[in-house]
Design a protein around this ligand. Structure first.
Ligand code: NIG
Ligand code: FE
Length: 420
């Protein structure tokens, strides 16, 4: 395989020798970088890097592609640890209804929301789902994302949940993104089980989950812990059952109310708890005594006009905050991690440096991938992007809405993507 050398990089950003733990608290403000740098890629991996001032020269010029960065920055690809990018159709009519005054809950109560997406997904073929998901994958690649977690949860029948997970598995063969799958049958209670939720949970635990485990279709299990969805007790029962099958817990927690999802997640040893708009002091204390990564989803908070998650308080308390997109048709129809950072800076008062730690190494930890992505580290996957010409990473959230990414490399290969 050919070698690549990138020269005259204005700043090589997020360079770390060791990434065994997430970056937390005050450390999140530090973003290690090398000014005026070079980066070498070999066999799809990061082979070496350094300052142009002590560039060692090249002994073997064969098979070497040289790229002149000339005033551009290089960053490790964004790692998006929470998405639902396999879905059918879209929900812009619900969006318009919300603008006119209906609430997310009211729309869900009348069969919209997740159940609307479930109906559309049940009626779609694997090929249709794969095709539409691939378009979204290409879009997020062009915006700098290199690794993504994708959830089921718009199937809700055993058949449709397995269909979603098989599509996620197929996606791995069709895109250069690094992908991990999460089983989220406990995303909503189907209409026909509204008065007998126990039966639906039984099906998840005794029929679908064993199949998911047997076919090794997912690494994580997730629950939407919220009023009218799943209680903290049900969440714990589902997560514990998942653990018995080798799945790692995650929770959709404290999105619409302070309901107990974070505490349940911590109790079950969740790798992350996500959303967190209604987190209070007791959740912060519990998280401080755990290894669970608090993950905020600014796209969903923005799109649904929810209160700001207490990102600043969590970082100031010493926690390792992660930022993901929640790309989905109902609450965040965008997977643009640059925009997620802009919201986090502007609305939550996170600094640009904190945002980059939150969207690279911390999300890599939140999806169990920190040994291979999330930083410029020798031996990690050569997943990175070269920016447009800019002076510093502050430009990324500052120029919100425009795409800072110019050239994308995934697994050491240049990816041709249309610039958004
Ligand atoms: O992460 N919170 C629950 N689930 C999704 C939204 C699902 C939908 O509305 O389709 C979320 O925001
Ligand atoms: Fe979600």
């Amino acid at each position: 395989m050919s070698k690549v050398l990138i020269k005259n990089i204005r700043q090589l950003v997020q360079v770390r020798e060791k990434t065994e733990t997430p970056v937390k608290g005050k450390e999140m403000a530090d973003l290690p970088l090398i000014a005026n740098a070079w980066l070498a890629i070999e066999n799809g991996l990061i082979a070496d890097y350094g300052s142009m001032n002590d560039f060692p020269g090249i002994s073997d010029w064969s098979n070497l592609e040289i790229i002149e960065a000339d005033g551009r920055l290089v960053l490790p690809s964004w790692v998006d640890s929470h998405t639902h990018i396999v879905y059918a159709g879209s929900r812009e009519a619900e969006f318009a209804d919300r603008i006119k005054g209906l609430t997310y809950e009211e729309i869900a109560q009348r069969g919209g929301g997740i159940l609307n997406s479930a109906k559309k997904l049940q009626d779609s073929s694997e090929d249709e789902l794969l095709e539409s998901a691939l378009i979204r994958c290409n879009e997020i690649i062009s915006q700098g994302t290199g690794a993504v977690e994708i959830k089921s949860g718009y199937g809700l029948t055993m058949e449709a949940e397995l269909k979603m997970l098989r599509v996620i598995r197929k996606l791995k063969e069709h895109t250069p993104l690094t992908i991990k799958a999460t089983f989220l049958a406990a995303h909503a209670v189907p209409m026909e089980y509204k008065t007998q939720k126990e039966k639906y949970i039984d099906i998840i635990l005794n029929e679908t989950l064993p199949k998911v485990a047997e076919e090794q279709l997912a690494e994580f299990i997730d629950v939407f812990c919220e009023k009218n969805y799943f209680t903290p007790e049900e969440t714990e029962r589902i997560l514990e059952a998942g653990k018995k099958h080798g799945l790692i817990p995650k929770v959709h927690a404290e999105q619409m109310s302070n309901y107990g999802g974070v505490l349940s997640g911590v109790k079950c040893g969740a790798i992350s708890v996500d959303h967190l708009e209604y987190v209070e002091r007791k959740e912060i204390e519990a998280l401080l005594n755990s290894r669970t990564i608090p993950t905020i989803l600014p796209g969903a908070a923005f799109f649904l006009s929810l209160p700001n998650p207490p990102a600043r308080e969590m970082i100031d308390a010493g926690l390792p905050v992660a930022i993901a997109s929640d790309f989905n048709p109902g609450s965040s129809p965008s997977g643009n991690m640059n925009f997620m950072q802009a919201i986090s800076c502007i609305q939550y008062r996170m600094t640009p440096n904190e945002c980059i730690n939150a969207t690279t190494i911390n999300t890599a930890h939140a999806m169990n991938l920190a040994d291979s992505v999330g930083s410029i580290t020798i031996g990690k996957k050569a997943n990175f992007f070269i920016t447009k010409k800019m002076n510093s990473v502050d430009m990324i959230p500052y120029s919100f809405g425009s795409n800072p990414v110019e050239t994308v490399f995934l697994n050491g290969k240049k990816i041709s993507v249309k610039s958004a």
